[in-house]
Write a protein that binds this ligand. Sequence first.
Ligand code: PMP
Length: 343
Amino acid sequence: MIPERIKKLKAYRFPEFRKDRLNLNENPFPLPEVVLSEFKERIDGDDIRLYHSPIDNTFISALTEYTGFDGKNISLLNGADEGIYFLISLFGKEGFNIVSFLPSYKCYKEFSLMLGANFIEIPLSRDFSIDMERTLNVVKDTRVLFFIPNPNNPTGNLFARDKIVRILKEIRGFVVIDEAYFEFSKTTLAPLINKFNNLIILRTFSKSFSLAGERIGYLISNEDFVSHFNGFKNPYNFPYLSMVMGSVVLKHKDIFFERIQWIEAERERVFNELKKIPRLKVFPSKTNFLLFFVKDYKKLRDKLIEERISILDLGKGWFRLSIGRRELNDKVLNVIKEVNLLK
Ligand code: PMP
């Protein structure tokens, strides 16, 4: 009874649930006490009984204040991933090719496979910048939904704004700028949503606001697109508890911004430490993670397993390390140094 295509799908492999993991770019700080207690105070047993409109609520108002965009330009999502899923589902059915870079955030490809959409991967240049010739060849001739994570994951770099604008102009289709790390990069293309009617911005509360477990994301686009997108998604997709949590978090955003500053300083410290290690190449980052490469990686891979350190092993010597608390970062640095010294 189960269709063949569905039988072939592989379920997502969840990494081990550990508080000291550095493989999913989670925020290393727990939710502040003040946010937690205000959240508990604000939850109303009578309100939770009811269905809440995802297009008109206090969280949308808070987001309007935070982003500077009208509620009509915003659509609430259960994490940015839900936005990616909905968009691929929507455009894939219309015969659009789903496009992204290699390397890039793996869910664009995985969700395309899940949803039966055609996925095209465009290799980045050696310095992780956009190869314009290759890119324009793909986006000019076919109808595409193009995912551009900016900054990119796992490379950590921002792409040149003029290249993205050129893609926006030349594409036959839509460009999704995935700004999951926006509060770290402080760079956005959102002000262009009314200039380009094919521009969609995705954001998340998972990284900057310590809320990966609560699943809060949102999309910003022109009013027309947002109203059609809202017509496509299941109407009550966004939970009341997330609306309350999102509003409380934004009220206390300064606490999170201070932590972001700390993470950025720590990222630079770890970057400089990694840079000192011979035969290891680390790449600058505008996010809460670092990408590095080691040629003789087998010893490091084995040692990480032995020490039960969870960083993302991308294969063939490429590793992505999320910035954690200082002690944990030091533990990882020591393991890498030790392996390097054993040579
Ligand atoms: N986009 C990018 C580029 C990401 O790195 C991530 C998280 N790994 C996401 C989206 C997913 O965010 P969310 O938790 O909001 O689904």
